[in-house]
Design a protein around this ligand. Structure first.
Ligand code: AKG
Length: 338
């Protein structure tokens, strides 16, 4: 019992300390904002480093001046869109605190732009989020040129990657305050913010072991006031934070975790493109979030090796599971980063 008491008294102050660290500049870095960058500068100074950066002052087309709620509802076409609707703005994919509903694009845009709704599904203050999909999401990839041809004419995508590497262009439209859970995608990404300011927080792939992952998503929902008793390692995460202004383009390198909050009604488009060789991606992936094929195969092989260990009694199983971890650590992980 004495040792239990000691443990409790040690762990409590350390939690407080972590909380303090979270808010200190040591654990938080500002996202770099650079103005009027051209393709060559982007390649040499940012792309090769594979670090996120906010590109300001790029020509994103007439959308930056033309797009208003009225214009979007007129020019958006009659397509219906499948949207997330939640009672609270903090959307939680793991516990599914939202429902999917379908609305004509124009109705959806109007509702997302208003703070109180006359027509609603759950409550008059419900939040909306659109992540546009292809015509048939099981087979088709989202592309604004196909789904929203008139609006696509107003958008100039950054010419900073080879066209043949283009994968998708995705509308992201959100009610004010909507927060999207922390996740990673497997492709490189330009998030083009057209309307509304957005807070973005990113975590490097090297922080994966502190994010309590469930697939491609972090279980830590409240990244600003995390439950550090449940998620103690999260307190040691280094985060990059910035605010996107309308017209800004955020480069999110593949595998970088991101979490966004729309500070105002937000309209954005993101472009995914393939950084790796085509054959490394799963060609059935319409979202751009399935792990590359060799990684998926490695997970399957690992599952098989764990199953194989079940032939042994428990204490042997644990011992060899530890040895597997040690082998992965010594062979694959960059020791300096640990
Ligand atoms: C992405 O671009 O992958 C995002 O998750 C952005 C989410 C958003 O801006 O709504």
């Amino acid at each position: 019992t004495t040792s239990t008491c000691t443990l409790v008294s040690v762990s409590k102050p350390s939690i407080v300390l972590l909380r303090t660290n979270m808010n200190s500049t040591k654990m938080q870095k500002d996202l770099l904002v650079v103005e009027d960058v051209d393709g060559d500068k982007f390649q040499s100074s940012f792309y090769q480093k594979r670090e996120p950066v906010i590109l300001r002052g790029l020509d994103i087309g007439q959308c930056s001046t033309k797009w208003t709620v009225d214009y979007l509802t007129e020019a958006g076409g009659d397509n219906s869109v499948k949207i997330h609707v939640a009672e609270t703005p903090q959307m939680d994919f793991l516990h599914k605190n939202f429902i999917y509903r379908t609305l004509p694009f124009s109705d959806f845009v109007r509702r997302a732009a208003e703070e109180k709704h006359n027509d609603f599904f759950i409550s008059e203050t419900e939040s909306y989020y659109l992540r546009a999909l292809g015509d048939d999401p099981r087979k088709d990839i989202a592309d604004i040129e196909h789904q929203f041809p008139k609006l696509a004419e107003d958008v100039t995508l950054p010419d900073f990657f080879p066209r043949e590497k283009f994968f998708s262009s995705v509308f992201r439209i959100a009610s004010k305050r909507t927060q999207l859970w922390t996740h990673y995608d497997v492709m490189d990404n330009f998030l083009i913010q057209v309307i509304g300011r957005k807070r973005v927080v990113l975590f490097s792939p090297s922080e994966a072991d502190k994010l309590y992952l469930n697939g491609d998503k972090s279980e830590v929902l409240d990244i600003d006031d995390p439950d550090l008793e449940k998620y103690p390692l999260f307190g040691h995460c280094e985060r990059y934070e910035g605010t996107l202004e309308p017209g800004d383009v955020l480069f999110i390198p593949a595998l970088w975790f991101h979490n966004v909050i729309s500070l105002e009604f937000g309209v954005a488009i993101n472009v995914f493109w393939k950084h790796l060789d085509d054959k490394l991606y799963d060609n059935k992936d319409t979202y751009g979030n399935r792990d590359p094929l060799p990684a998926m195969r490695a997970f399957q092989i690992l599952d098989r090796s764990l199953k194989t260990l079940e032939e042994l009694p428990e204490e042997y199983r644990e011992f060899y599971a530890k040895r597997l971890i040690l082998r992965i650590q010594s062979k694959m992980l960059n020791q300096e980063k640990q």
